[in-house]
Ligand binder design. Sequence first.
Ligand code: PEP
Ligand code: MN
Length: 337
Amino acid sequence: MIIVMKPNAEKREVDHVVEKVEEVGCKAILLEGTNRKVIAVIGDKRDISAGFWDAIPGVEKAVPILTPYKIASREVKKTSTEIKINDYILGGRKIGIIAGPCAVESQDQINFIAERVKKAGAIALRGGAFKPRTNPYSFQGLMEEGLEYLAKAREATGLAVVTEVLSPEHVGLVSRYVDVLQIGTRNMANFLLLKAVGEGKKPVILKRGMSATLDEFLLAGEYILSQGNPNVILCERGIRTFETHTRFTLSLSIVPQLKKLTHLPVIVDPSHGTGVRDLVLPMSKGAIAVGADGLLIEVHPDPEKAFVDGPQSITIEEFESLMEESRSISAAIGRYI
Ligand code: PEP
Ligand code: MN
């Protein structure tokens, strides 16, 4: 159920509705739209009719929600959610490009990349400190040392930093160092981790599970939202199909579908989505053209020497061209980078 308040509803009326919701054993999540507030009622209270809420002062109407994802749904919040990442807003007209190496390798490496991607127009630096590797003998990341390097790169450039968090126990530690948390594809259905990042307020980039349907993806986002963190960014990063010419199949058609169903920002990762350096530029342009609010791009000054994901990493120069070409596509659809 969602309760739509009248445009001129007073704060005490909103508070009273929240109290009522809690009185009947449900959780109230307040969503602030541009000209009115709505309250999402979370909990299984099918026996309370919409009429019960309609009668409360300040309430315009109570509407049952048909989708299983209540807070994420555009039925509940019509206006697109804009998420602040330091000085930038993701989810508005500006398309936010987040870039960096798959793994933080050294202070010099991360500082160098940070400076160059910032200069090219990226809004944030991304680098992995804890790496979820398929093979236990592969490089696992520099861990806390990597977080320190990221924090220093932020100090040096002013860029917001993004990194992946692998387990609920690490949420506190990682949150102390970075501005945005990433949940990787392998953890999209790690519900304890989703709840843990939902308890804070740091923006979360939630990557689509490589075998997750659209509904499962949105419900994973709902886990975070339902804990009270409204700052969820959905990221399409490719799914497993029978196709072998790319590492994953980048499902760009999910972008306009998500934009229709949810108010959350949607970004695309064409690096993991293809696994092929030469496909990163065309798929980035495609992603912008179909309505993505941002891109996540793996960049490395010397991809051949990258500790992780070299074959899909683009060089700094390729990144600069990608930014240029993406600017023209963005302008063609009335947006900018
Ligand atoms: C990454 O971003 O480097 C990563 C491991 O991503 P994914 O979870 O999409 O594989
Ligand atoms: Mn990677």
